[in-house]
Design a binder for this molecule. Structure first.
Ligand code: NAD
Length: 468
């Protein structure tokens, strides 16, 4: 596969080190990827710091034009980016294409936002203005499940607000981000965007760095805790989008045939490697058997294969570590529940796991209590509404949730009692750039995209003028 380079100070440069990147569908080496040294991180931060004053002083209308041009560049190269994404991440090509198109959509919408000055008071005593100023250098740290889409949750807003940025993708999925950097490198002034890679060894240096003003992080709760601790020394701003253990509650009045496909999609999209996937499915006892049977039928007809093959619905797990972790959840499922579909790793190269449905399982098992982040869904029976709400909330996570019912008033009543940043009704996993997104409890701090997310890339400054 062709050469990849880091983007530092407007130039594509080799890494001081290299690392192999694997195709998770074959376990073969896809490319030798550049890996930045600590010195190269420092160079990138220095370049971003030097570029900041001119970029911050550039009118927002001009910055908007350039961020929109980035959207155009993504659109013009959708196929190349999507193919690369499938080969390093594993997801089916149709989903990868959707991710790249979604990325362009986020760039387009977020670049259309504004940061108007607000007059708080204009009286005989005083004139008070509220301005939104850029923060400086932003560090954007990205996980491996949606490398390009999650980048687009952060980058357009950070740039539009007048910040300069260091992007660090996850070590197992850096290639599509490096290709994106190459495609847009001539659009922005040098140093405004820098892209470096690591082998899980530069994240801490970024969060500690005295010249980085904010970290926008998406990843696991465990790493988010490290980011928060490490950012404390320099009192960095942080936005954390972390793990989840989303509960989905199926009320007794649903039509099982009608809701099962949406539930399956909500749990198994991207082979379950979605922060907001359904990870615990609570089903009322009156429809429990029917829902289980419907999900089994879908699971058994789902094509699991190399994402580059036409017709593939689910690809492999993205990396060996996650594959081993999910196999541990399968062991737990066999011990603590009844596996009614799937249940095994597939006997072939690549990190493939059959879509697995587990019934007759309860809290107290790892599969219910922890985030599985893979294609294994526990289906838990309940009989009482108040009890299921209590059980759905009995977790340190609070990312998303959903309620399924043919009576939307009932569903809204349940939704309002769930401790989560997003609660869907009769769907799961619907995101858009104008709908703010953030986690409750230990699923995160802060909000991404929409106007609320843009504001998090700014410092509020009050100008208070004497009038008397
Ligand atoms: P991870 O926490 O292992 O890694 C995420 C990123 O952090 C990677 O780029 C990694 O290199 C970097 N990193 C590693 N150590 C670091 C450190 N000490 N300081 C700073 N950065 C460091 O997560 P992952 O395994 O790549 O992703 C899976 C997790 O991410 C799941 O828990 C999932 O729920 C969560 N996630 C959350 C969201 C969300 O928006 N809430 C979205 C996607 C994934």
């Amino acid at each position: 596969m062709s050469d990849f380079n880091l983007l530092i100070n407007g130039k594509m440069v080799p890494g001081d080190l290299t690392m192999p990147v694997l195709n998770p569908a074959t376990e073969e080496v896809l490319a030798q990827c550049p890996r930045a040294s600590k010195n190269q991180l420092d160079e990138a931060v220095a370049a971003a710091k030097a570029a900041f004053p001119a970029w911050a002083a550039t009118p927002i209308t001009e910055r908007r034009k350039l961020v929109t041009r980035m959207a155009e560049a993504i659109e013009a190269n959708t196929n190349e980016l999507a193919r690369l994404l499938t080969s390093e991440q594993g997801k089916p090509l149709a989903d990868a294409t959707g991710e790249v198109m979604g990325m362009a959509g986020f760039f387009r919408y977020l670049s259309s936002l504004d940061l108007p000055m607000r007059v708080i008071e204009d009286s005989g005593d005083r004139r008070v203005e509220a301005h939104r100023r850029p923060l400086g250098v932003i560090g954007a740290i990205i996980p491996w499940n949606y490398p390009l889409l999650i980048l687009s949750f952060k980058l357009p807003s950070a740039l539009l607000a007048g910040n300069t940025v260091i992007v660090k993708p996850a070590p197992t999925t850096p290639l599509s981000t490096l290709k994106f950097a190459e495609l847009i490198k001539d659009i922005l002034p040098k140093g405004v965007l820098n892209v470096i890679t690591d082998a899980n060894d530069l994240g801490d240096a970024m969060t500690k760095h005295p010249d980085i003003r904010k970290i926008s992080f998406t990843g696991s709760t465990a790493t988010g805790q490290k980011v928060m601790a490490s950012a404390a020394a320099t009192l960095k701003r942080i936005t954390l989008e972390l793990g989840g253990n989303d509960a989905s509650i199926v009320l007794d009045d649903v039509d099982p045939k009608k809701v099962a496909p949406g539930i399956f999609e909500g749990a198994f999209q991207n082979s379950g490697q979605v922060c907001l996937a359904i990870k615990r499915l609570y089903v009322h006892e009156s429809v429990y058997d029917e829902i289980c049977n419907e999900l089994v039928a879908i699971a058994k007809s789902t094509v699991v294969d190399d994402g580059s093959k036409q017709g593939t619905k689910l690809g492999p797990l993205q990396n060996k570590m996650q594959y081993e972790k999910v196999k541990g959840f399968l062991d737990d499922a066999r011990k603590n529940g009844n596996v009614i579909a799937g249940g095994s790793a597939m006997d072939r190269p690549g990190y493939f796991i059959e879509p697995t449905i587990v019934r007759d399982i309860k809290e107290g098992s790892r599969l219910v209590d922890e985030e599985q982040f893979g294609p294994v869904l526990p289906v838990i029976k309940y009989s009482d509404n108040d009890d299921v709400i209590r059980r759905a909330n009995a977790t340190t996570y609070g990312l998303g949730a959903s309620v399924w019912s043919s009576d939307t008033a009932r569903a809204h009543k349940v939704a309002s009692q769930i401790e989560a940043g997003t609660v869907w009704i009769n769907k799961h996993l619907d995101m858009a750039p104008h709908i703010p997104f953030g986690g409750a409890k230990q699923s995160g701090i802060g909000t991404e995209f929409a106007e609320e997310g843009l504001a998090e890339f700014t410092q509020l400054q009050i100008i208070n003028e004497a009038r008397a």
